[in-house]
Design a protein around this ligand. Structure first.
Ligand SMILES: Cc1cc2nc3c(=O)[nH]c(=O)nc-3n(C[C@H](O)[C@H](O)[C@H](O)COP(=O)(O)OP(=O)(O)OC[C@H]3O[C@@H](n4cnc5c(N)ncnc54)[C@H](O)[C@@H]3O)c2cc1C
Length: 400
């Protein structure tokens, strides 16, 4: 094929989600140039409504690299969460338990900050690319080919490729079957996610166990509520009218108990999200490195997917810098094992929160779930375990 453009960069990044954009920012700070390829348009990427909780570790990192201004001004700091079991609601105070907090800040806002910062720095980003394909990833001179938004073919030569292209991108699929191991779990329930133009009915998130199914009251701002309901894997949006959604949320979140009530308002967006856990290891094959959802998927109950993507690239940036600037491979060689330690910690945590809070219809499961929730209410040791992982243990390059 005749390539219109054949260019070279130190690091090629596939995917302009939070992992890819933050990695390009961190690499630039290390003096490493990169090119980002993204299949969707910039508007599409900016409009995707997904995660909304940044843990302490992510917030510290973002602030330390100049990405904390809007987060600090517009984000909402939460010192704990409410855990509810039927009629009983108790607060876990993270600051008291582990001295750390979390922040409500929508992934869309973080994505906006990342794009603004990279554009201001002149980052090379190709949007709406097609047919991105990876070659020679097991050599020191890998390259990519792709078609740009105008239909022109390109070849991008590089020292390393980072797959930040989520669960459906080409990167993780480029690793030969014989060189990877995959662990996967599909849960027997899904989430119905709702974005509503109504002030939150709570100052901090409410995680509610209810025999009918789990519910979560979260928020995006002082005027926008984010609400989630456990639904069956066969449910469709058509079977959930606005009235049915609000009635189920009110019942499960305890409307009327001790004077608390759920505010209702216009629903701006609804979607059904399948719940699954997935880990692919190792997170490196030759000169291809995987980060974020390209390497792992978590059920959102623990609010860890976005935070894990941030933690991956925080480890990867110094490792790539040493590799491509000084030809030192030690950190790059350590990346996969170091990242996977946190991946498995968060995978377990997300599985644990999910299985503790979702109704299965089995009376034995229900008794175990009630027992775990009352243990968290009554034991500081148990509550500290939840708080420690929820708020994000500190991250250091010495983890590599
Ligand atoms: C539908 C959905 C809803 C979610 N909701 C929540 C939630 O409510 N709470 C929560 O805590 N977490 C949620 N998550 C998880 C969280 O949003 C992710 O963990 C986070 O986005 C991971 O960031 P990432 O950059 O690794 O991947 P992504 O954000 O998925 O970014 C990957 C990027 O790669 C691009 N790409 C894909 N294929 C190609 C290709 N062939 N060529 C070039 N580019 C490509 C994609 O367009 C995308 O921009 C949700 C995830 C999804 C998918």
């Amino acid at each position: 094929m005749l390539f219109t453009w054949a260019v070279r960069t130190q690091v090629a990044i596939v995917g302009a989600g939070p992992a890819g954009m933050l990695l390009s920012h961190l690499l630039a700070a290390e003096g490493v140039d990169s090119v980002v390829l993204e299949a969707r348009s910039q508007d599409y990427v900016l409009g995707r409504i997904r995660a909304g909780i940044l843990d302490h570790c992510s917030v510290q990192l973002l602030q330390s690299v100049g990405l904390g201004r809007r987060l600090t001004e517009d984000g909402i700091e939460h010192g704990g969460i409410y855990l509810q079991c039927e009629d009983e609601r108790q607060r876990l105070d993270f600051v008291d338990l582990v001295g750390r907090s979390v922040w409500v800040y929508g992934q869309t806002e973080l994505q906006r900050d990342l794009i603004a910062a990279r554009e201001a720095a002149g980052q090379s980003i190709f949007y709406e690319v097609a047919d991105a394909a990876l070659y020679d990833i097991d050599t020191e001179r890998p390259y990519l080919t792709f078609i740009d938004g105008d239909g022109l073919p390109h070849r991008l030569d590089t020292d390393a490729i980072v797959g930040c292209d989520g669960s459906l991108g080409p990167s993780r699929a480029s690793v030969p079957e014989s060189a990877k191991q995959v662990w996967e779990r599909t849960y027997p329930y899904s989430w119905l996610s709702v974005l509503a133009d109504v002030a939150p009915s709570t100052d901090e998130l409410i995680y509610a166990w209810h025999p009918e199914g789990f519910a979560l009251h979260s928020m995006r701002s002082s005027t926008v509520s984010r609400l989630y309901l456990q639904v069956s894997n066969h449910d469709t949006l058509a079977s959930w009218t606005f009235q049915r959604i609000w009635d189920a949320l009110a019942r499960r979140l305890g409307d009327g108990i001790e004077g608390w009530s759920l505010r209702r308002g216009p629903i701006a967006e609804r979607s059904v999200l399948a719940m699954r856990s997935y880990v692919q290891a190792p997170m490196r094959y030759g000169r291809l490195f995987l980060a974020g959802d390209a390497a792992h998927i978590l059920p959102p109950t623990g609010a860890k997917g976005l935070n894990l993507a941030i933690a991956d690239v925080a480890l990867l940036a110094p490792a790539l810098s040493a590799l491509v600037r000084r030809n030192k491979a030690e950190l790059a060689d350590a990346y996969s094992a170091a990242a996977l330690r946190r991946v498995w910690r968060y995978t377990h945590f997300s599985w644990w929160m999910t299985t503790m809070l979702h109704a299965t219809g089995d009376p034995f499961d229900a008794q175990l779930q009630r027992s775990q929730l009352h243990w968290l209410y009554s034991s500081d040791a148990a509550a500290m375990g939840l708080a420690e992982t929820y708020t994000g243990p500190p991250l250091a390059v010495s983890d590599l």
